[in-house]
Design a protein around this ligand. Structure first.
Ligand SMILES: Cc1cc2nc3c(=O)[nH]c(=O)nc-3n(C[C@H](O)[C@H](O)[C@H](O)COP(=O)(O)OP(=O)(O)OC[C@H]3O[C@@H](n4cnc5c(N)ncnc54)[C@H](O)[C@@H]3O)c2cc1C
Length: 262
């Protein structure tokens, strides 16, 4: 079984982020790049399936990112993935969700797949739209926000997180699933994995090599970022003075009732 895991390279979540006022894009240079933390759950899900299913099951990492991020991809290989495909091409710069999903889909189709696993969202653009768009381009069903995943033969059973609980869904392979943080605890790469990852293949492919035959990047972007604004600063909170806890709680409940919040 061929499992492919999409992985985004993002600026370190804890780093100060800056938007370039001219391009309105995130300044990525000078900021440490890491694996999108949400994608570690998808990698772990792929590795657990490989361990369970066995046989000739493989886990391949797929990313669209500059070649300079190659060593970050090795972390996914050190966790236990078999190999990686990296779409690296200057013409990919400026790709919006449409362009990113289209390019990834072409590379995934070219490689062949049974199951594609994604994180639920990135920590930089955070649209959460890519998995749905990718499933559409691949022409397969997409189960998003899965917290549990089982594969038996060609049948996939999953639990999707919803606002009020979860929904049980089944579908047949080939399929795409996006994985939430509730699914597992990603493993730390062990020393043996780190050493072994050095010998694993990271295949660098241009857009043309990946079978991308439509413009992506700035040229193909169908989305235009019109403006970026900071959220309004919060007003001061209201402090209640009360003689005791009961009087304090009563005041708070009255305050919330007036605003129809309880
Ligand atoms: C006009 C425009 C220009 C842009 N220019 C750039 C740019 O130059 N560089 C840039 O990095 N971003 C750019 N972006 C942002 C880019 O569109 C998004 O990062 C991308 O479409 C993925 O969306 P997301 O990050 O919100 O992913 P989400 O949908 O939040 O991510 C969900 C999952 O999709 C997968 N995924 C997302 N992106 C990738 C990827 N690249 N490779 C593999 N898997 C992935 C991961 O598994 C991730 O967990 C641009 C956006 C716009 C609108």
């Amino acid at each position: 079984m061929k499992i492919l895991v999409t992985v985004k390279l993002v600026p370190d979540t804890t780093a100060d982020k800056r938007i370039d006022p001219a391009t309105k894009q995130l300044v990525r240079s000078g900021v440490e790049t890491v694996l999108n933390p949400f994608d570690e759950y998808a990698i772990e899900a792929g590795l657990q399936l490989k361990e369970k299913i066995g046989g000739d099951t493989t886990v391949t990492i797929v990313t669209m990112a500059p070649e300079s991020g190659k060593e970050i991809v090795r972390k996914a290989l050190a966790m236990g993935a078999d190999d990686a495909i990296m779409i690296s091409d200057p013409k990919a710069e400026g790709s919006d969700v449409w362009g990113t999903a289209y390019a990834l889909a072409q590379a995934i189709k070219k490689n062949g797949f049974d199951l594609v696993l994604c994180g639920t969202q990135s920590t930089d653009s955070i649209t959460g739209e890519l998995p749905g768009a990718l499933a559409e381009f691949l022409g397969v069903p997409g189960i998003t926000h899965a917290r549990k995943l089982e594969v038996e033969g060609t049948t996939v059973r999953a639990e999707r997180e919803t606002d009020n609980g979860y929904a049980k869904v089944t579908a047949d392979l080939p399929l795409l699933v996006s994985v939430t943080k509730s699914m597992n605890t990603p493993r730390y790469p062990a020393l043996k994995g780190i050493m072994g990852a050095k010998k694993k293949t990271i295949a660098i492919a241009s857009l043309a090599d990946s079978g991308v035959d439509k413009p992506v990047g700035h040229e193909g972007a169908r989305t235009e970022l019109i403006d970026l604004v900071s959220p309004p600063t919060r007003g001061k909170g209201e402090v209640f003075q009360a003689a005791d806890a009961v009087a304090g709680a009563t005041k708070i409940i009255e305050f919330l009732r007036e605003r129809k919040l309880v």
